[in-house]
Design a binder for this molecule. Structure first.
Ligand SMILES: NC(=O)c1ccc[n+]([C@@H]2O[C@H](COP(=O)([O-])OP(=O)(O)OC[C@H]3O[C@@H](n4cnc5c(N)ncnc54)[C@H](OP(=O)(O)O)[C@@H]3O)[C@@H](O)[C@H]2O)c1
Length: 314
């Protein structure tokens, strides 16, 4: 960026995947600042959530994504233009959507985001925490709804330190689950979970998942129960005994956040926001990295398997 461009504010810094060749494909570049257009709001991005999807794309495992691409499918920012009365100038908002997947994303100083992808950030929730909320909590809330969750039911969401596992566990607990069970493969994380008040976490370094679930609930998947498959951190392949579904008249379904209808997004935010405001759910951030260290941040998320979110500060 030339000094003149910097002074005029026409350019911005962004972390762009030049090729989908792994961490080294990610480069700090100068790009023109996006213009606000119909239905979009110009944000000065303050923080971006780092997700496993960014890694899937960067390692060339999502053929629909095309390089070069600024990564980052969620974040937080301040409204600078185009918000109208719903999201006035200066509002703090969090967002997720097709950014960093089908168009340039949140690993950048500015982003033009569709209005329907925004949610105002509650007072008392800072931008770093907010940046890591949308993907995990929308996924968690929508998949609980699709699975027919109600107060009094039992939920198992593996990986208490993972963003989705933690969000499902926190939401299920806040919404009155009989049991909100999670797991971890790591003994230190099990201890950390206990210290944070998650007291139905199966420590898989001591006990098999199914044994832990039986110990807590007296059975595995309940009659008429539902299993939602939405992630692939441990593997893309699994084997099941189909009679476990048949005898119990249970069901198995998939979930994809970005394919859900707009009404489901609105309903999910309407559940999540009051729980955030009341402190009934408390999103956890493990570590922040500056924008230019996005590759290290992704490596830390995928290889370090932290307890809580990884967030870029911008
Ligand atoms: N379908 C959708 O719409 C949707 C939406 C959001 C996320 N996802 C997907 O859901 C999955 C979880 O997302 P997330 O954001 O919760 O991920 P995350 O924060 O990285 O957590 C993943 C957790 O999986 C556990 N794990 C078990 N085996 C692992 C292995 N071999 N390698 C890495 N982790 C392993 C780890 O916990 P332990 O260390 O305790 O084992 C880790 O904390 C990802 O595949 C993501 O792409 C899908």
């Amino acid at each position: 960026m030339t000094l003149e461009q910097k002074q005029r504010g026409t350019h911005m810094r962004a972390m762009r995947a030049e090729q989908f060749s792994g961490y080294e494909g990610l480069k700090l570049v100068d790009l023109p600042k996006p213009a606000v257009s119909d239905g979009r709001v110009l944000l000065r991005v303050t923080a971006a959530g780092v997700t496993p999807l960014d890694h899937t794309i960067l390692s060339g495992q999502l053929p629909l994504a095309k390089a070069p691409l600024v990564l980052g499918n969620e974040g937080a920012g301040i409204v600078e233009d185009g918000g109208g009365t719903d999201v006035p100038l200066g509002s703090r908002v969090m967002f997720t959507g097709p950014y960093g997947v089908f168009e340039d994303g949140a690993y950048s100083e500015w982003l033009a985001v569709r209005k329907e992808n925004l949610c105002l950030i509650s007072e008392g929730v800072d931008d770093v925490i907010a940046a890591g909320i949308p993907v995990a909590y929308l996924t968690a809330q929508m998949s609980l709804t699709l699975a027919g969750f109600q107060a009094g039911k039992t939920v198992l969401a593996p990986a208490i330190g993972g963003s989705v596992g933690n969000a499902v566990t926190q939401l299920a607990r806040a919404l009155g689950a009989k049991h909100a069970i999670s797991s971890t493969t790591n003994h230190a994380k099990a201890e950390q979970a206990k210290a944070l008040g998650f007291n139905e976490v199966i420590d898989m370094s001591f006990e098999k998942l199914a044994d832990g679930v039986r110990r807590i609930t007296g059975g595995a998947l309940a009659p008429g129960g539902s299993l939602t498959t939405l992630g692939y951190s441990a593997s893309r392949k699994a084997t099941i005994n189909v009679t476990d579904l048949i005898w119990k008249q249970a069901s198995i379904q998939s979930f994809m956040l970005f394919a859900q209808p707009q009404a489901a997004w609105v309903d999910a935010w309407n559940v999540i926001v009051p729980l955030l405001q009341s402190g009934a759910i408390k999103p956890i951030v493990a570590k922040t990295f500056p924008l230019a260290e996005a590759a290290d941040a992704l490596r830390y998320l995928v290889e370090g398997r932290p307890f809580g979110r990884v967030v870029l500060t911008i």
